[in-house]
Ligand binder design. Structure first.
Ligand code: DHB
Ligand code: FE
Length: 289
């Protein structure tokens, strides 16, 4: 059977992608951000998954106000990096896993979560920046991402957004789905976006480091309690774009302890302000084997 071995949490700031793509990672401003991912790149080498179930949000790139799916699962064989207005990032296409994605859709929909099934979707910085941060330099021969990716897009851009409670319950359904797939795949679930930031209005530039660190503490030790926090608290405390953090509860809900298993091991924790307008947070949690 497939197994969820770990979950990874990280911010997705587009300027991080631009810094990587334009060779600016050595600049003092960016060095401090990328230093938080040195461990993670080594960890990825030692904990190579077959598939990453990558929870992220589309920023009105693949979707628009014409159609707003709350939860969209990518079931295609491949996904192209999106042009977000300044050309597509020079990164490889994402290779999907249609069989596992379809199995998850079947299981989760039968568990009463209404997913939108997407067979064609370009993926924006919300998905490609976390991949770049965790994978680092790609194999020069293949120039490919080293694992398959199932994109799972959550609407946190246009209100109404899903609650943390629902995201946490969805994570539990995703775990059940993965662990009933009849192939011995090593699967990681990633929750991305956040941490506190607001890009618009009179509060643009808002960062709340205290709230962010408390979120990290509770994500580790009290995820069920954290899942009860209403969406308006995210917006008040972590800014209008801080609501991206509800996606981390999907990945956390997929961990073994939530289903009565052993507590995860905190392999890595990092927090840094600022990167562009955003507080960068990052966690790696391992399920005990
Ligand atoms: C920034 C952060 C985001 O999450 C995003 O989607 C776009 C921009 C920023 O900090 O600039
Ligand atoms: Fe964003």
């Amino acid at each position: 059977m497939a197994r969820i071995t770990a979950s990874v949490y990280t911010s997705h700031v587009p300027a991080i992608g631009a810094a990587l793509d334009h060779g600016k990672t050595g600049e003092p401003y960016w060095q401090k951000v990328f230093a938080g991912y040195d461990f993670s790149k080594q960890w990825m080498q030692a904990h190579r998954p077959d598939v990453v179930f990558l929870v992220y949000n589309d920023h009105a790139t693949a979707f628009s106000l014409e159609i707003i799916p709350t939860f969209a699962i990518g079931t295609a064989a491949e996904f192209q990096p999106a042009d977000e207005g300044y050309g597509a990032r020079p990164v490889p296409k994402v290779i999907g896993h249609p069989e596992l994605a379809s199995h998850i859709a079947q299981s989760v929909i039968q568990d009463d979560f209404d997913l939108t099934i997407v067979n064609r979707m370009d993926v924006d910085h919300g998905l490609t920046v976390p991949l770049s941060l965790m994978c680092g330099a790609l194999d020069p021969k293949t120039q490919a991402w080293p694992f398959r990716v199932i994109p799972f897009a959550v609407n946190v851009v246009q209100y109404p957004v899903p609650s943390g409670r629902r995201c946490f319950a969805l994570g539990q359904a995703i775990r059940k789905a993965v662990e009933s797939f009849d192939e011995p795949l090593n699967v990681q679930v990633w929750g991305t976006g956040g941490m506190s930031h607001q890009l618009q209005g009179p509060r643009a530039g808002l960062i709340n480091a205290e709230w962010d660190n408390r979120f990290l503490d509770r994500l580790i030790d009290d995820p069920a309690g954290l899942a009860q926090v209403p969406h308006i608290d995210y917006v008040r405390e972590a800014g209008s774009e801080g609501i991206e953090l509800v996606m981390w509860l999907i990945a956390r809900g997929a961990m073994a302890d939530v289903a009565g298993g052993a507590e995860p091991k905190v392999a890595h924790r990092f927090y840094h302000v600022p990167a562009s307008n955003t507080a960068v947070g990052h966690l790696i949690l391992e399920n005990p084997t």
